[in-house]
Structure formats: C-alpha cells, structure tokens
Design a protein around this ligand. Structure first.
Ligand SMILES: O=c1[nH]cc([C@@H]2O[C@H](COP(=O)(O)OP(=O)(O)OP(=O)(O)O)[C@@H](O)[C@H]2O)c(=O)[nH]1
Length: 631
C-alpha cells in the first residue's frame, strides 16, 4: 500500500490521541491509524500575552495537553504509551485569539467578528515519543503548527443567530464547524481544510516521515521535507523490516559517524537515497540483476504468524523463574543461569537471547540482566507482578487455545478437550485442586491490581456509601476503592473456596478494616446490601440468560439512585477495532459460556433491569468501565 508506510510506522506501537475532539478521532481513524483516546485534562489557560505569536500559543497548548496524558498514563496505568498526540486549534482575527465559545453570546461575538473578513486558523500539534527509564517517564517532543486562511461572507444578524441556535458553534474553535453547517458561511479556504477541522493530517504525515525516515546523512543539510514524500518516494518507504521501524533507531541513525556505524551498532548503507539497515534486507534480484529490498514484505502477517513463539518464550522464561533469578543481580552468564535452574546451556542461551531481543532482558558482554519492566512485571513477587497471569496463560489458556479450531466449529468451550474432563461449572474447573486455584487467583489478582486504579477513578463514586464487589476475588479492587474513597465501605462477595484462600493476597501494613469478605454464590444466595454493585470481569463469563438472572437479582435489592459499576473490555459497536478485546472474546469462547460485548450490548442488558443513564469510559488500560443507576 503506497499511502500508508508513514502511518504504518506507528503500527504495533501504543499510540494515544490526547483529545476529546471527535473530529480529530475521525480524521485519524479514516486513514487507518489505530490509537486509544485519552482526553487531556490540561486546562487551556496559558497566558496568551506571553506568546510572541498565536501559533506558539497553540503549539504550547497542544504540547501541554499531550504531556498531561503521557504523565497521567505513566503514573496511573503503569504502562507508558509509545506515542501521544495532542492538538489545539485556534482562530485569529484582528490580532485576537478565538477559542471555543463559552455560550451563545460569546459565539455571536466571535462570528460577528469573522463576518466578511479573512481570518487564520492555526492548529498546533505535539507528537510525544515516550519511554520509561528507571520508572521515570522520558519524553521526546516534536511540535509543529499549520495555518489555513478562511474568508467568511458577510453574515446577516438573522443568519448568525440561526446558525448559533443550531448548537453547532459551541464546541468549535472560532464558533464554527467548516465541515458542517458552518461551511455555508465560507467564501474561500487557502490551505489545508482538515487543519480548520482540527487536525493538519498532511503536515502530520510529513513530520512522521521526517522522524521515521530522516534524510540520508549527506542530504541532511540540503533536503527539507516540505511536502509529504512523493508517491515514488513512498515506495522506498517500505513497510517491511528493511527499514528501521523505530523512532529511537532513527534518532540513533541520525547520529551516524562516518563509518556508517550508529551508536547501537546497526550498520546502515547510505549508498541509496533511502537508508536501509542491511541486517534486515531480503535481497531480491530484479531484471537488471540489481538487488533491491523486499519492499512488500508482509511484516504484519509475519509478526502474527510468529506471535505464539514470543508468547511461549515469555511463558517459559517465567515458568523457569529466569526473571526471579536475575532480580537485583548484576549480569549473569547463560551457563550460570542454566546451572542454577537445571536446564541445558544451549537451550537456556537461546531462550535468554530471544528474551533480550524481545526487550525483556538486557544483554551485555558480561551476560544477561532484567530490564526495569521485567523487574516490575515478570518477577513473581513484585507488587505489580503479572507472573501469576502468565503462568495461568501458559498452563490453562494455552491448552484451551490449541483447541480454538474446535471451539469455532462447535461454538462452545473446550475444557473437555484441553483437560480431559467436562467441568459442569466454570469455576469448579479452577477449584478442583489447591494448586490450580492458587494459580487462578494469582492470575485474577494481578490483573485486578494492575487495573484497579483506573477502574476506581473512571467515575467519581463519592456519592456511594457502600459497595459490594460481586466476584471480587482477592479484594484487589476493593482495597483500591477504600483508599480512594475513605468513606466507602466495601464488601467482597465470592465463592467460599475463594474467600477461604484470600489471606495470601492481602496488602501488608495497610488498614484493611473497611473491606469485608463474605462468601456465597451470587446466582444462588442473597446478595449483601449496598449502594453500588461492582461486577469486574464477571459478565463476560456468562451467557445473556445468566446475566439476566444476575441483573434481576441486583435490581431487586437496588434502591433508586443505587448503581452498578461494570469493568470489562468494551468492544466498539461495529466490533471491528479493538483487537485485544476481540481476542479476549475468543478466549471467552474457548473457556466459558460468555463473550466480550459492545457498549450498546451492555447498555441493552442493563436497561432491561431499570438501570439507566448508562455511562461508558474507555480507560486506555485493560478494562473499561460502565456506570449506571437504578431509576
Ligand atoms: O471548522 C471547525 N473548526 C474547529 C473545530 C473543532 O474545534 C475544536 C477546537 O478546540 P480544541 O483544539 O481546544 O479541541 P477540543 O475539542 O477541546 O478537544 P481537546 O480534547 O483536544 O482539547 C476541535 O474539536 C475541532 O475539531 C471543528 O470541528 N470545525
């Protein structure tokens, strides 16, 4: 595909759009960019008089919007995004900056200023590349702006007020939307139309091209990307592995010395106008016998084809406790690690090398050591350890997924094939042995702990005095809730087998008094009284029929004003965009009678039981949150 190699460089990265603007979301979605939306909380209150030019104000605001999201995600989500995009659109006329009108009078003031005149629309954009070093967020900011000139016709008072009463001006810079009714006010546009709508796509692609395809060294002084690379240049911008696909590599590449060796040791060939990393070239002979890169290498498909290898390497490294073994130690040689854990040297060395290449370990001439992420997430005893979930994935999910074909053919769970027995009840499967129960609870605990803050803060829950976390397992979310809402009393309600086993997972040195554990089966037993019922990763386990049973029980004990908080991966209504959630739905197919559902599907289920005012928040973390109240 000729058009997408620049945006293709963002594939596989965690890209976040720090904007609530539906127009920006649409512009970027329309060109196939995959991203999460995390609206910025940065207030647009920078002192305008401090800026020499209006575009500097827009660029700075865009930067602050994006930095706020990058910082928040780094702290709250414990998962640093790779790229955060922020934007700010302003209109300038008669040396005045116009932003979004605060009310109809303000819209009138703006539009009457624009009537019959030419004005400028500036959008400032910030592209922030993020990384985490020693748990500190590191950011690399690229900032630019685009200007478009727009001329309005003379607008009569009547037209102005009719337009204002349409409601369109209110959330738009300068008080008009050029893409809709506001288009009728416009005599001409000079420049990028999408810039007026809120996002200068063309300039954005050029910036990405500059960042990801810097000009060859001998051209650096002369060549300026003053347009998106022409189409034949795009062909050189292969989407395959022959190009360095990573922003930091390009940073390194731009520091090349004369030997053609960059600081990371990769060799670059500057003979051609497109710089290529020779190590990843797949030489092909063309008719004139000249080698050229396999430009159409289907890297995405190859990545998917081999994805299971990377998963399994991670699983085995965790199972063998390699990250535990390396924790808090200097680099260790493969032979020492192999001797310690009782494995072959040749096999261990290959596994360690693969883990290093996957970014899980660092390899130096002295040996291997953990990355910061490995210390945080892959050792078995860290506060935010995912070890339990990884072992569960290896021992439980993996055998089930090997039967995915049968699950798809039969439309049902595959426990009998994977484990040789048909569990009559979903959770009986986990609780038949202490070891399996411990493993399952550790898995549930690690995800609940990692997502608890986002779930607890997605909505302001301070109006509720008591909450009952149905199926709340080890209480990870409950403990987070009582920290955030000190007046909230939380009861965790779960099966007796679970409640009997929670002590291992309780936070140490913390007052746990406000969390109470009650055992019972939410399908069979009376539910504890509460103002708010929480169902986190519960509904996805069950069929619609069972969900109706549960919701009608909750509805029966819920007074008006009481609510339900759901935490699930919420699918988009068309079920086509959120691959992690869609794969999770396959996961539900192989092991449960449930599935992941869209926002509309959850809304439909809840409304049937009198829970209205359904609000959905996509958190950008693993679980999204839905809040509704009983009317
Ligand atoms: O012709 C149009 N002009 C402008 C717009 C929309 O106006 C807003 C501009 O506001 P801002 O840049 O502050 O962005 P917000 O919407 O507040 O979202 P953030 O979360 O990014 O701050 C923007 O939405 C433009 O799309 C328009 O639609 N048409």
């Amino acid at each position: 595909m000729l058009l997408n190699p620049v945006l293709g460089k963002l594939v596989g990265k965690r890209v976040v759009l720090a904007s609530a603007s539906p127009r920006r979301q649409e512009i970027l979605t329309n060109v196939g960019l995959r991203f999460e939306v995390v609206p910025s909380w940065f207030k647009e209150t920078l002192e305008k008089s401090l800026f020499a030019a209006p575009y500097e104000y827009a660029m700075e605001t865009a930067k602050q919007k994006a930095l706020e999201v990058a910082n928040r995600m780094h702290v709250k989500h414990l998962r640093t995004p790779d790229v955060v995009i922020g934007a700010d659109t302003i209109v300038t006329v008669d040396e005045q900056i116009l932003e979004k009108p605060v009310d109809k009078q303000d819209a009138y003031r703006m539009l009457s200023r624009l009537s019959g005149k030419e004005h400028s629309v500036f959008t400032g954009v910030a592209i922030i590349h993020c990384s985490s070093k020693d748990n500190q967020l590191e950011t690399d900011v690229t900032n630019f702006y685009e200007e478009t000139k727009v001329k309005f016709s003379d607008l009569s008072e009547e037209l102005l007020w009719e337009y204002i009463h349409s409601g369109e001006p209110m959330d738009k810079a300068g008080g008009y939307g050029i893409q809709a009714l506001g288009g009728m006010l416009v005599e001409y546009v000079h420049g990028d139309f999408l810039n007026v709508v809120g996002f200068p796509l063309n300039h954005f692609c050029k910036k990405l091209a500059e960042l990801y395809y810097p000009p060859p060294k001998h051209n650096i002084q002369h060549k300026k990307y003053d347009s998106i690379p022409s189409v034949d240049t795009f062909e050189n911008l292969s989407d395959g592995e022959s190009e360095s696909s990573n922003f930091t590599e390009h940073k390194a590449a731009s520091k090349l010395d004369n030997s053609g060796m960059c600081s990371s040791g990769a060799i670059y060939n500057y003979e051609n106008s497109s710089s290529v990393r020779t190590g990843f070239m797949v030489p092909l002979e063309n008719q004139s016998g000249v080698s050229e890169s396999a430009a159409k290498l289907p890297s995405k498909i190859l990545e998917l084809m081999d994805g299971f290898r990377a998963s399994k390497a991670l699983f085995v490294a965790c199972k063998l406790k390699i990250f535990d073994h390396l924790k808090d130690k200097g680099p260790l040689k493969a032979v020492d690690i192999a001797n310690e854990i009782g494995t072959s040297v040749c096999g261990t060395e290959r596994l360690l090398d693969a883990c290093a290449a996957l970014g899980l370990l660092e390899k130096t001439s002295q040996g291997y050591r953990n990355t910061d992420s490995a210390n945080t997430y892959l050792t078995s005893d860290g506060e935010y350890s995912l070890h339990g979930y990884i072992i569960h994935s290896n021992d439980h999910v993996w055998p089930l997924f090997t039967n995915l074909e049968s699950a798809v053919k039969e439309g049902s769970r595959q426990n009998h094939r994977a484990f040789g027995r048909k569990a009559e009840d979903l959770f009986k499967d986990y609780y038949h042995s202490w070891e399996v129960k411990q493993r399952f609870m550790a898995a549930m605990h690690s995800i609940a702990h990692l997502t608890a803050r986002d779930v607890a803060t997605a909505f302001d829950l301070s109006q509720f005095k008591s909450a009952c976390d149905l199926g709340g397992c080890t209480g990870a979310l409950a403990h987070e809730l009582v920290q955030i809402y000190p007046n909230l009393k939380v009861t965790v309600f779960d099966l007796p087998e679970v409640i009997a086993n929670i002590s291992y997972f309780q936070p140490s040195g913390q007052c746990t008094a406000p969390v109470t554990f009650v055992s019972g089966d939410f399908f069979k037993d009376n539910l504890p009284e509460a103002d708010l019922y929480i169902l986190s990763r519960v509904l996805h386990d069950w069929s619609d029929e069972k969900i109706h049973v549960l919701l009608s029980k909750i509805s029966a004990v819920c007074k008006p004003g009481c609510g339900i908080l759901l935490a699930e991966m919420v699918l988009d209504d068309e079920k086509k965009n959120r691959s992690t959630a869609l794969l999770q739905s396959l996961n539900m197919l192989v092991q449960t009678e449930g599935k992941e559902r869209s926002g509309s599907e959850y809304r439909g289920l809840l409304e049937q039981h009198g829970f209205t005012n359904v609000k959905i928040r996509l958190t950008g973390n693993l679980l999204d949150v839905i809040l509704c109240v009983k009317t």
